[in-house]
Write a protein that binds this ligand. Structure first.
Ligand SMILES: *Cc1c(COP(=O)(O)O)cnc(C)c1O
Length: 245
């Protein structure tokens, strides 16, 4: 397994490099984030000891379970799952530096209150439902600018960009449309010049579609399967949680 992870990491780096070349971008512009849901701390450790530094969980429970085993290895934790407000204090306790899945005002409000009381700040990305599927989380594209504006008013939340999952499809052009929506929203928000909002990051692209995402401007690609192998649970287990669909 260890050898597989190392080989897979090398393959992913080459894919990122090639996609950047094709898009006329520098590979340093694109960060590799490892999506570590269901992956054991031991395997994550292997990746962290071999040139990766950015990891993210979807569930607070998994973050908690792996925390001790990983805390002495230098790395950065993002959060990419649906965040329930009653789990906010855990996010802070386990050193998450960026919540990429901020998708609603009440979550922003509660996060802000907690951060204020702890004297902390946190980075956030606004998650947009670019595929507009009922089953996915994220703010509707039409409401993304307004949500960004409202979130920017909370002094403890540092908006760093946008995140999307996009359509899960073999039809590249349909997937590309989702990424273009995110890019266009980024441009629109930049033009509005909102105080306390930095639109530098576009977190989009996963194992199957990272090339398309990089062509459309991704600065963070989130990769799980292509590094750690297939997961036992369907992604719907992580993505639809609480939506009852
Ligand atoms: C699981 C997950 C990924 C990675 O997906 P793969 O297809 O395994 O690369 C990226 N983003 C989010 C939000 C995820 O839940």
């Amino acid at each position: 397994m260890k050898e597989n992870i190392l080989l897979n990491l090398e393959t992913i780096r080459q894919r990122i490099q090639k996609a950047c070349e094709k898009a006329g971008r520098r590979h340093q512009e694109v960060k590799l984030l490892l999506a570590t849901k269901t992956v054991s701390a031991e395997h994550i450790k292997t990746a962290l000891e071999n040139g990766t530094t950015l990891i993210a969980e979807n569930k607070v429970q998994e973050l908690k379970e792996k925390y001790d085993a990983l805390k002495d290895i230098p790395h950065e934790n993002h959060f990419i799952g649906h965040l329930q407000t009653n789990k906010i204090k855990d996010i802070l306790k386990y050193d998450v530096v960026c919540v990429q899945s901020l998708d609603r005002l009440d979550l922003a409000e509660k996060l802000h209150q907690r951060l204020l009381s702890e004297g902390k700040t946190i980075e956030v990305l606004i998650q947009v439902n670019t595929s507009q599927e009922e089953s996915k989380f994220g703010v509707h594209p039409d409401n993304a600018v307004e949500l960004t504006r409202k979130v920017s008013e909370f002094s403890t939340l540092k908006v760093k960009g946008l995140m999307t999952i996009g359509l899960f499809s073999a039809e590249t052009e349909k997937v590309r449309t989702c990424f273009k929506i995110l890019k266009n929203l980024q441009q629109e928000i930049i033009l509005q010049n909102i105080a306390n909002v930095d639109m530098k990051d576009l977190s989009m692209g996963m194992s199957g579609d990272l090339e398309t995402a990089i062509e459309e401007g991704a600065t963070i690609v989130r990769v799980g399967t292509a590094v750690f192998g297939a997961r036992m649970y369907p992604d719907s287990f992580y993505w639809n949680e609480g939506k009852g669909v």
